[in-house]
Ligand binder design. Structure first.
Ligand SMILES: NC(=O)c1ccc[n+]([C@@H]2O[C@H](COP(=O)([O-])OP(=O)(O)OC[C@H]3O[C@@H](n4cnc5c(N)ncnc54)[C@H](OP(=O)(O)O)[C@@H]3O)[C@@H](O)[C@H]2O)c1
Length: 264
């Protein structure tokens, strides 16, 4: 049996083991998926000596793990983070997962003005995906000013035609504001949200955050982070097994099945 796991510092709320096991069952893959909590001082030796067939990496190790690897793919180099290891080869499946989640929700991002809330790893992966999708502009909003400046200059160095905009067509939350157990928080006020604006959360627990609920009440289209989570997991499986699991897994259907594990 092949063995996979997610590694991070604190994983009690990780949904990845349930998600992967359900996908393995659907694909008839003889594999198991666990989780391993690792202290920062042990990260490097764990990575080099691990006996897993593949690993996912989560907070706070997506950047730190790179120094222990033999190689990383080009998008990971640009984003500066990996979330999937095949041996000592690193990949970033977050940006691909985001793109796939937009595709399955029929969101065409070309020419759109986008606002990303947050300036961490998810914000960078999603900004990279937006650039690949030929959006018109990408702006950020972040709690810490210095990180806001850093991510803005990073994106402008990659996206030389970036423009300014006043009203975004698409807003993406890349902060944990609203995630279990602080569901009452929202990342941004919804006073100015208008009909048909697209609000996307990266949070998947709860499935529909309060921010998305408020946005939907104002007529916005909303997309849960669960779609991206499922898609990034399938991209990892594709790397590990050399298959195209999207041919057999319907993300929207699977999300409905998984919703029993969450408050909505
Ligand atoms: N659905 C998926 O597949 C998927 C994939 C990856 C990540 N995610 C989610 O994306 C979110 C961000 O992950 P990440 O890896 O980018 O984390 P990260 O690198 O630690 O960045 C966190 C970001 O959130 C901001 N933030 C944190 N606490 C905040 C608060 N109390 N108020 C306002 N802003 C706050 C930080 O602002 P400062 O710069 O001010 O600290 C930073 O911009 C998490 O909720 C994670 O679960 C989802």
């Amino acid at each position: 049996m092949k063995k996979f796991a997610v590694i991070g510092e604190s994983l009690s709320h990780s949904f990845s083991p349930i998600l992967h096991k359900i996908i393995y069952q659907k694909l008839n893959l003889h594999a198991d998926y666990g989780m391993v909590e690792i202290a920062p001082k042990d990260l490097h030796s764990f990575i080099i000596n691990n006996q897993f067939n593949g690993l996912n990496i989560t907070i706070p190790y997506k950047e730190k793990v790179i120094s222990a690897l033999d190689s990383i793919d080009e998008p990971s180099k640009i984003i500066g983070a990996v979330n999937c290891l095949n041996g000592l080869e690193g990949f970033n499946t977050d940006w691909r997962g985001f793109l796939k989640s937009m595709q399955v929700n029929n969101v065409n991002m070309e020419g759109k003005n986008c606002l990303i809330i947050g300036a961490g790893g998810a914000a960078k992966a999603i900004a990279f995906a937006l650039i690949k999708s030929n959006v018109n502009s990408i702006k950020f909003k972040n709690r810490t000013e210095s990180r806001l400046k850093a991510i803005t200059s990073w994106v402008n160095s990659l996206f030389i035609n970036n423009k300014d905009h006043v009203t975004p067509d698409i807003i993406i939350n890349c902060t944990p504001q609203g995630m279990f157990p602080i569901q009452d928080k929202i990342p941004m006020r919804t006073d100015n949200i208008y009909k048909n604006q697209i609000l996307i959360d990266t949070i998947y627990n709860p499935l529909i955050t309060n921010w998305l609920k408020e946005g939907a009440e104002k007529g916005a289209r909303i997309i849960s982070g669960m779609d991206m989570l499922i898609a990034q997991a399938i991209f990892s499986i594709n790397i590990w097994f050399g298959i195209d699991a999207f041919k057999k897994i319907d993300i929207i259907k699977l999300k409905k099945e998984l919703s029993i594990y969450y408050a909505s």
